[in-house]
Design a protein around this ligand. Structure first.
Ligand SMILES: C[S@@+](CC[C@H](N)C(=O)[O-])C[C@H]1O[C@@H](n2cnc3c(N)ncnc32)[C@H](O)[C@@H]1O
Length: 211
């Protein structure tokens, strides 16, 4: 049998269908969205939030968000930003900060940005002033001279993890605004991993220590 003779993989349904039993069986809870109850819920949400309105999900997340924030410089419309926002949602960051251009590439976020608080700062100076007012140390993440390997690095419970862009990495102003710079050890030939991969590694490590 050749590969082309193989039967096609059946496509698995995504999410859940209409609430079983019809409208008479719908739960009497304002967190449930009547349209989703009627038509099913194929959104990328964990099962506990199936059929919930977006506002109800955000309100519930807000009761248990972690103390770390995530920031990324956006001077070049970097595609990684969406993926970082998705990881910030998965690891339940307090907020995401976009520094530089207001418009950012949402593609990799897969709609997770709607469940995340995202704040814009015009410049590194504005961002640093905000972090200072919020008493949040800025921890820069990059593999530049002087950076501390992640296992030995201080990751305070309340902090902002600041990432750079593909190509240039963190700007000198961003590194100067940070109270520490943290690197992820690498072993191959490439100079770096992409910013969203670095984001997932460091957010996972923060959660391992604090969540
Ligand atoms: C593609 S890297 C570019 C910069 C890198 N400093 C270089 O020399 O090529 C983009 C961003 O990903 C993150 N990153 C990539 N690899 C990293 C690593 N090994 N350790 C810490 N951060 C890293 C940093 O936030 C960095 O600013």
């Amino acid at each position: 049998m050749t590969a082309s003779d193989q039967p096609a993989e059946p496509t698995l349904p995504v999410g859940v269908g209409p609430w079983p039993g019809g409208p008479d069986a719908w739960p009497d809870d304002p967190r449930y969205d009547r349209d989703l109850l009627a038509h099913g819920d194929a959104r990328n949400v964990v099962d506990a939030y199936r059929y919930w309105t977006m506002d109800a999900i955000v309100a519930d997340l807000d009761t248990r968000r972690h103390a770390f924030h995530v920031a990324i410089e956006n001077w070049q419309h970097d595609m990684n930003i969406g993926s970082i926002v998705r990881s910030a949602n998965a690891f339940l960051a307090a907020e995401v900060h976009i520094i530089g251009r207001r418009r950012w590439n949402r593609r990799g976020a897969m709609v997770t940005d709607r469940y995340q608080h995202v704040r814009h700062h015009e410049s590194v100076a504005d961002f640093a002033a905000w972090a200072d007012a919020a008493s949040l140390p800025i921890i820069a993440i990059d593999n530049v001279p002087g950076s501390v390997p992640l296992p030995q690095a201080d990751l305070p419970e309340a902090c902002v993890l600041l990432f750079g862009q593909e190509g240039p990495g963190l700007s000198p102003e961003a590194v100067a605004a940070a109270s520490g710079v943290v690197e992820i050890a690498q072993y191959g030939s490439t100079r770096s991993i992409n910013a969203s991969a670095a984001g997932a590694v460091v957010m996972y490590e923060w959660c391992r220590r604090w969540a």
